[in-house]
Design a protein around this ligand. Sequence first.
Ligand code: DHB
Length: 485
Amino acid sequence: MRNGSASASALVFDEDDGEELTETLVDASGTTHEVVYRFHGPREYVAHPLDDTHQSLVVSAPVKIDGKAVDASTAPIVLANAVGAYMPSTVETAVGVGQNQLQLPGIGPAPGRRGDTGPVNGLVNLAKLALVAGYVVVEPGARGRSLVDASGNRYGTAPAAIVDLKAAVRYIRFNADRIPGNTEWIVSTGTSAGGALSALLGASGDSSLYDDHLDKIGAADASDAIFATAAWCPITDLEHADAAYEWNWGDNVTQPGGTPVDPTVSADLKSQFTEYQAGLQLDGLDGFGPLTADNYAQYLLETYLQPSATKHLKALSDADRAVYLAKNTFISWDDGRATFAWDDYLSHVGARKKPAPAFDAFDASTPENDEFGTATTGARHFTAYSATRSTAASPATSIDGDIPTLLRLMNPMHFISEKNPHRSRHWWIRLGANDTDTSLTVSANLAAAVHNIGDDVDHAYYWDQGHATNIDPNDFIAWIGEITG
Ligand code: DHB
């Protein structure tokens, strides 16, 4: 055992500490149900928490749905993180399912972000949807980049959030006989930064690279591999995201505020993408062949964007479709299929959301710069390109020596290219087709990478939807049933 017996016993899940709650919940297809469930309030998932506000989880298990007894003892376990923007999340105040709270700067606790909490933003509450579907739900809090201890040290920057999510998985497995549900069927969910962490959790299962970090916080001595991974708009592959962004959105030179991006910077980064994409040596889905910067637009059109528009248009009434097509003349509609050109699609999406570089800003002002800060420093650069062009307060000229290790710990692509044998084998990936928070290639590369090594992947784009949207939760809930059936 990695933990001494005293600390290991601190990790025993007390099944008796819980209460039966009744809630009226709406399922993923919109039908209302009365759900009786057992709720186990906040408990620490590590023996030496740095912070029990964030390193705690809650468990909800269905007992009766519409008066019918449910046996959740072998049900899949949905691990729904609420992380957004690499900020902390907490279940400290949760008194029922689906109350995991993201903590946003300047706003404080914000229920309703990341698809895992309340109705704010119109996002679906995956924790509640999973419970009403008869699944066990575990909601973990996790440290995030804004946390500072009493001595002024930052303790939530990379890799804290992924270490915490791994510790939560280890806790669930350590308590396999005490926590309801089948610990071989852990399905992780998350959106945006939370989607990135979900993908990383799935890709990096049981990697020894995190052992020291996990030991330090007293994580249980158990596997942190998970069965399936769901990620909505994952903001991941951060060290290549600036290049990918310029490849995707770089022709749109207007950045927020109306000022144009520096064309030299955009072109430099775009050319980095050509090299990066070639180096990945990925084949596209559906027999597309090697993916390159030159054919990627065609790949996205054929594999994702046109099918996504087709699905959207097919679901409309004839009259509504005619109105839509009259407004969007760039779309050809023949034989029930939508086709269009890449440049027209880009114009349809409109202005880019981020400046250039999008992630490693020259003034180190992005959430990602902050995420790569240390205990005692503020935001840092994590790409050589931006470090050498830094305009930050105390400009760096190169990235710090520990940055490559942090990038390794934060990027699922590395674990996938190594074919980590303990990765999850089932992947659900979704992205709004209008989401310009990152390049469309980020999730498409993730999907291609896992597909190329034999995993089961279901990736689709939501037509005309923006960042952090989820318009097919019903299909996701059904997918969990299929992969565990
Ligand atoms: C999120 C969005 C971003 O644009 C980003 O760079 C990081 C995180 C988010 O919504 O979680």
